[in-house]
Design a binder for this molecule. Structure first.
Ligand SMILES: NC(=O)c1ccc[n+]([C@@H]2O[C@H](COP(=O)([O-])OP(=O)(O)OC[C@H]3O[C@@H](n4cnc5c(N)ncnc54)[C@H](OP(=O)(O)O)[C@@H]3O)[C@@H](O)[C@H]2O)c1
Length: 430
């Protein structure tokens, strides 16, 4: 048997994920060493407060508050960044590359803003940057997209990539709660932060969407390219209506190719009850991947939590360590094409629109005419009368976002239209 090498890991952060990584390496260290031919040793750990007991099986003198000492330590082979945030994580990983170290990170915020710079620095240093845990925590997703599907031309990804909002939407759907009530319950159960903005307003999902598009399309996509709408405007009535029509409502991260351009967006959407993503409840994550050869794939599981996320980090640590020992590298993440990102107005989608209108003959024709003028055809129409007022609901065929929004503005101005009661996009049908 070949001689076992020890790879020394410098951790930046020992919180929920970092602590779980250290425990996992301790528990499975011998097994991993045997199978991988590489022993992973946590040599230094930088935290803000090195005095605090973290309940991990490491000697107290391994801890430091000097983050630079970790990335500058010539004995460290791999930097494992689990501190989160853009600064100083970005500078530390870059410094690690400059010092010849590979890196593993779970930091979606950093990658979605500075991925291109970090991937280029990894290439220049001839080192790896692995980030399986940055999207959908414990679900193996980045490696399948980056490696297993390297021969496929993935053309669409639909993902439930934020467990907090999926939990909130599930509660709204099953309990009839408002989003505020469901967020409060999520906070009580530890599924939502004290400040839930990053989750509820879709920032977290947008960062993950940018990373998925970058990996799947070999392109440069950053978080601010991603159109973003959160879940606060979804009402309990929307769930009642969706249910009657055979749909569920999910916050989706969508990355797709449209005419060789990239469309990336995060918003609540109605999906048919029969779609595989419709049955993803609670804080679970799932990502649906489509390509011409592979057809449809779905990845499902725990999108967060210390232990699930730690398995993804440890998998990456094993891979980069083996690469270091063998003098090899993982696939480069340098962009292989320069497809532009479409502005939201140019993208196409199906739409659900519910209007409160005057209950008199001719109103449906008047409203349908506005859709027709903008070249939008209607797939399904429902009409219900309630005395003076009626409800008109529509699902369109795929239409251009700009044309649809212009239609809605015109409808808003019609005297017969009393209110735009609901507007949701429809995914997973065509
Ligand atoms: N938690 C999850 O389920 C999950 C899932 C997927 C991805 N992630 C990602 O994993 C990363 C870590 O998340 P987490 O939940 O483990 O975070 P966390 O519990 O808040 O832990 C962060 C750790 O980093 C240390 N730290 C932060 N800023 C520092 C600084 N400037 N200098 C030194 N140490 C610093 C903290 O030190 P102290 O302990 O001394 O404060 C703490 O040990 C984030 O990028 C997150 O997005 C998390």
């Amino acid at each position: 048997m070949a001689e076992e090498r020890t790879i020394r890991i410098g951790m930046l952060g020992c919180g929920t994920v970092g602590g779980a990584v250290i425990r996992l390496l301790h528990e499975h260290g011998d097994d991993l060493a045997q199978r991988a031919g590489v022993r992973l040793a946590v040599a230094r750990v930088a935290v803000r407060d090195p005095e605090r007991d973290r309940g991990v099986p490491l000697a107290a003198d391994v801890f430091t508050d000097d983050v630079r000492a970790v990335v500058d330590d010539p004995e460290i082979d791999v930097v494992c960044e689990l501190m989160g945030g853009v600064d100083p994580a970005r500078e530390l990983i870059l410094r690690g590359f400059a010092n010849g170290k590979s890196a593993v990170t779970a930091n979606k915020e950093l990658l979605a803003a500075h991925g291109e710079e970090l991937f280029a620095a990894a290439d220049e240093a001839g080192r790896d940057l692995y980030f399986e845990a940055a999207v959908a925590g414990g679900i193996p997703l980045i490696r399948p997209l980056r490696e297993s599907l390297a021969g496929e031309r993935v053309d669409r990804i639909l993902g439930i990539v934020n467990g907090t909002t999926n939990f909130v939407l599930t509660q709204m759907s099953e309990q009839g709660w408002t989003s505020g009530e469901a967020v409060a319950e999520a906070q009580r159960l530890g599924f939502a932060e004290a400040d839930p903005t990053a989750d509820v307003e879709g920032y977290d999902a947008a960062a993950k969407c940018a990373i998925l598009a970058t990996v799947a399309f070999g392109a440069r996509v950053v978080a601010r390219d991603v159109y973003r709408e959160g879940i606060s405007s979804v009402t309990p009535q929307d769930f009642v209506d969706a249910d009657r029509l055979g749909y569920v409502i999910k916050l989706l991260a969508i990355a797709e190719l449209e005419d060789e351009e990239i469309a990336v967006r995060v918003h609540p959407a109605m999906i048919p009850e029969a779609h595989p993503l419709a049955s993803v409840r609670g804080a679970s994550n799932a990502v649906f991947v489509e390509g011409p050869r592979i057809g449809q794939l779905m990845f499902y599981g725990a999108g967060a939590g210390g232990d699930p996320t730690a398995t993804a980090v440890v998998g990456d640590l094993v891979s980069v360590s083996r690469n270091l020992v063998q003098g090899a590298r993982g696939l480069s993440m340098a962009p292989t094409n320069h497809r532009p990102v479409r502005s939201m107005g140019e993208t196409t989608d199906q739409y659900y629109l519910k209007l409160h209108v005057e209950d008199r003959p001719g109103v449906l024709a008047e409203v349908a005419d506005r859709f027709g003028r903008h070249g939008i055809s209607l797939e399904r129409v429902w009409q219900e009368g309630f005395g003076d007022e009626a409800t008109l609901s529509f699902i369109t065929h795929r239409a251009q976002e700009r044309a649809f929004q212009e239609t809605v503005e015109e409808l808003r101005g019609l005297p017969a239209v009393h209110a735009i009661a609901s507007l949701l996009r429809v995914e997973g049908e065509e």
